[in-house]
Design a protein around this ligand. Structure first.
Ligand code: ADP
Ligand code: MG
Length: 288
């Protein structure tokens, strides 16, 4: 049988915007000593707007380039992809048909468009392939930049900007006041990660991490003796949510993250986690 105090607590939790999928996780929330947040869609809104488009080939122009990239991104659920497609719609571009769409988890997407193999990928992917990044790609620290390859040649890049969620800073501060170290693990580039970390006053940041490396971040903190919670929204966060002592999914995120998590933030508000920790500690005091 479920102890009455837990049943009541779970009901109260629901009023606080928390969906408890695993009762033990709720009881464990009070033990958290380290919190790892994903960035995009978790600490930020995950609503990207295009800020710059750079076409490297002299034979092409911005709209021709954007049209191809958006055609490919139309098949992706990623917030970056949605931002690029919105920009193409704003410009009234009609998008060509594509074939052989593939997603490269945590790195980007690829497809065949107008007979060319097109890839839209992260800076980390370029580094891996030994392709140098154009000097003006990271001119502004706060932008997320994705690179476009056409038939294995670097064809250009698109820079985008996202907004930090309104209550992220308060959530981070209150967790820290509860004695919890707060970290961020993101697939995005180091400059953006550092800008967000500075703005929010984080205790540590891991940038350009691939999905399996998010798991390693959680494991490493656990090895150091921490009781780790992970909060994320994406398919790429699911393995880390599973590894964490407490896995928390953002309500606006993907089904895969929600299915893996112990707790879901129904209103996608980071401060609801803070309430959970404070509330978990208070509830436990009542039980003993
Ligand atoms: P995060 O950890 O910030 O949620 P992801 O792991 O989902 O980021 O993605 C990591 C990086 O992979 C992105 O910053 C981007 O560079 C690249 N990427 C992933 N999906 C796409 C896509 N559909 N289009 C372009 N780039 C993508
Ligand atoms: Mg994310």
């Amino acid at each position: 049988a479920i102890p009455l105090v837990v049943a009541i607590s779970t009901a109260i939790a629901a009023q606080k915007g928390l969906l408890i999928r695993n009762r033990t996780a709720f009881e464990e929330a009070r033990k958290i000593t380290a919190m790892v947040f994903d960035k995009t869609g978790t600490l930020t809104e995950g609503e990207f707007g295009v800020t710059r488009i750079r076409v490297l080939s002299k034979q092409s122009d911005e709209n021709t380039f954007l049209r191809i990239v958006a055609a490919l991104e139309q098949q992706s659920q990623h917030p970056i992809a949605q931002g690029i497609v919105r920009e193409a719609k704003k410009r009234d571009l009609d998008l060509p048909a594509i074939s052989d769409f593939q997603s490269i988890t945590g790195k980007g997407v690829s497809a065949t468009v107008d007979g060319q193999r097109v890839l839209v990928v992260s800076p980390g992917y370029l580094k891996e392939k030994g392709i140098p990044t154009p000097p003006d790609a990271f001119s502004s620290g706060a932008e997320t930049v994705v690179f476009v390859l056409m038939n294995d040649q670097l064809a250009g890049f698109i820079a985008l900007a996202d907004k930090i969620r309104e209550d992220s800073k308060e959530a981070v501060q209150r967790l820290q006041q509860s004695g919890i170290k707060v970290f961020m693990a993101t697939g995005d580039n180091q400059k953006v990660a550092d800008a967000v970390a500075r703005e929010l006053g984080l205790d540590g940041v891991y940038a350009e991490v691939l999905p399996d490396q998010k798991v390693s971040v959680v494991k490493e903190l656990q090895r150091q003796g921490a009781f780790v919670a992970m909060t994320g929204d994406g398919v790429n966060d699911a393995p880390a949510l599973a590894q964490a002592n407490v896995g928390i999914a953002v309500g606006s995120g993907t089904d895969v993250a929600a299915e893996t998590a112990d707790i879901i933030l129904v209103n996608s508000k980071p401060t609801d986690i803070t309430n959970l920790v404070e509330f978990g500690r208070a509830t436990y005091r009542k039980m003993i």
